[in-house]
Design a protein around this ligand. Structure first.
Ligand SMILES: C[S@@+](CC[C@H](N)C(=O)[O-])C[C@H]1O[C@@H](n2cnc3c(N)ncnc32)[C@H](O)[C@@H]1O
Length: 187
């Protein structure tokens, strides 16, 4: 139920993230906190000889994704693992693209986590961080609990502090309840 809820609720936003990532068919892509796996589904439409890696901090999401992408895992197009953004199990310079949508609110050390992402991103790699801004998130009662809310500028500053360059902010549906924000950065 949670996976279906996340996919339905966050569909538009995840589509925006994949668009900003500008994935190439040969890319190695990492999706951190994939939840219901909607971004992975969309990325699969572009990936050819490349591969998509998903990690998530929820064992339930991991098990569900392993079922959902069983065929793609068997054909070596997708890899799904349990993991924490703060300590990624990949060597330096592994990925062409990394994305993480609606997850930064739950990270206990955002700066260290972004530095960890930078470590696994290739030198010409690109990162997209998707958020809903703090003012919109405050309208949702659930965000009173265990959410750390961000303004886009705060995420930009964190990215620069973590060593990323060319950080840019794109916003969609700002006037609607959604207010999707994509912060794109280069390694
Ligand atoms: C609100 S859901 C978003 C799911 C999906 N990205 C989307 O936008 O629909 C947040 C996801 O991030 C995962 N998550 C939270 N903290 C994490 C961490 N430190 N490392 C990896 N995944 C994490 C959660 O388990 C959950 O699946």
């Amino acid at each position: 139920m949670m996976a279906d809820f996340l996919n339905k609720h966050n569909e538009k936003m995840n589509h925006f993230a994949v668009e900003r990532l500008d994935i190439q068919p040969t890319d190695k892509v990492l999706d951190i906190g994939f939840g219901g796996g909607i971004t992975i589904e969309e990325m699969l439409q572009t990936i050819d000889t490349g591969k998509i890696y998903g990690i998530d901090f929820s064992q339930i999401m991991v098990e569900q994704a392993k079922q959902k992408f069983k065929l793609e895992i068997e054909s070596n197009k997708v890899s799904i693992e349990f993991g924490d953004v703060k300590q990624l199990s990949f060597v330096e310079n592994t990925f062409d693209r990394v994305c993480t949508v609606n997850t930064i609110y739950f990270w206990n050390d955002p700066l260290a986590s972004l530095q960890e992402i930078k470590r696994v991103l290739k030198n010409d790699g690109k990162l997209v961080v998707g958020i809903r801004s703090a003012d919109k998130m405050r309208e949702l009662p659930v965000t009173q609990y265990n959410f750390r809310l961000y303004d886009p500028e705060t995420v930009r500053e964190l990215l620069v502090e973590a060593g990323f360059t060319n950080v840019s902010i794109d916003r969609r549906d700002r006037d609607l309840r959604l207010d999707c924000v994509m912060i794109t950065a280069h390694a």
